[in-house]
Design a protein around this ligand. Structure first.
Ligand code: FAD
Length: 173
């Protein structure tokens, strides 16, 4: 509970403080987000495709791995409709497009934590400051929280977070 005081908003802390603990605290072992850029290779072995977490595994806190795997399956179906000639290259390029928004949200988002090592472009720093504010507002504003989860869940494209009706609430509340 002392540690929780340092990370949880007061209302979350209060609910947990009043709750009954059902088990020991457990952690999930997730070392790091990892993306392998197979689309940049020039040659591929026949009959082998890397898929899902093998292509990219995300910080599970964002809950995107299965969504991305499903979208990769759709991308593979579209690629197979064009036959199997050059399949690996076409699939990895299509998969990279599917992966990109989740990678931006989770890997770039994790760079908001000062202890995470990695280069931070100006765009990443600006977006992370905006998303941090969006999270704070979204804690009590359902419309803003909904906008975030619709993007995280791939129902809306990432720029939807900057739509005027969302941005106005983020900046004024
Ligand atoms: C704690 C946690 C929470 C998550 N929450 C969410 C969520 O809320 N929403 C979401 O969309 N995603 C979530 N994910 C991500 C999601 O689970 C993964 O992205 C998804 O399972 C990846 O599918 P996969 O087939 O690539 O790998 P996996 O599901 O890991 O499947 C790989 C399989 O291969 C087997 N295997 C490994 N090595 C061998 C071997 N040598 N021989 C034979 N079999 C082997 C493993 O036992 C496993 O069954 C979460 C992940 C974690 C860790």
């Amino acid at each position: 509970m002392a540690y929780l005081d340092t990370i949880a908003p007061p209302d979350v802390r209060e609910v947990i403080g009043k709750s009954e603990r059902l088990s020991d605290v457990v952690t999930h072992t997730f070392p790091a987000s990892l993306r392998r850029r197979y689309e940049k290779l020039r040659a591929y072995p026949d009959g082998l495709l890397v898929f899902a977490d093998g292509l990219c595994s995300f910080n599970p806190v964002y809950g995107q791995g299965m969504t991305v795997a499903s979208l990769e399956a759709e991308a593979l179906r579209t690629c197979l409709e064009g036959g199997d000639r050059g399949l690996a290259g076409r699939f990895y390029r299509a998969a990279a497009k599917v992966i990109e928004p989740a990678w931006q949200l989770s890997a770039a988002g994790d760079l908001a934590l000062p202890e995470i090592k990695g280069p931070r472009s100006l765009a990443t720093r600006l977006i992370n400051r905006y998303v941090a504010r969006l999270h704070r507002v979204g804690a009590t504003d359902v419309a803003v929280a909904d906008a975030f989860w619709r993007v995280a869940g791939y129902l809306d494209p990432t720029p939807a977070l900057l739509r005027p009706k969302v941005a106005l609430r983020v900046f004024t509340r």
